[in-house]
Design a protein. Structure first.
Length: 95
């Protein structure tokens, strides 16, 4: 059983898509929060900060502006786990 999930970072001009995220750390309005497979379904406000994604073989980071995290992850249904991060702006941070 895979421990990864799909995640998209969507801005008005660009989309970053990942199929093998094992952990995401996002800047919420009450501090940073983490997302793993089978997270509770949630809609969470995002603030300006750093999004860190641990993929199966690497880690990527993005600076982001305000937005919303839409987490759809329910182990009781047959749908794939999917996280949408809808933000005004996101830029990948070079390693």
């Amino acid at each position: 059983m895979s421990k990864s999930f799909k995640l998209d970072i969507v801005t008005p001009v660009k989309t970053f898509s990942f199929d093998d995220v094992t952990y995401a750390k996002c800047p919420g309005d009450k501090g940073y929060f983490g997302i793993m497979k089978n997270h509770t379904n949630s809609i969470i406000n995002l603030t300006e900060g750093i999004i860190s994604l641990k993929l199966e073989k690497e880690e990527v980071r993005f600076s982001c502006s305000y937005g919303i995290a839409d987490i759809n992850s329910d182990p009781s249904d047959d749908l794939e786990d999917k996280v949408l991060l809808l933000v005004e702006n996101a830029e990948e941070i070079e390693k």
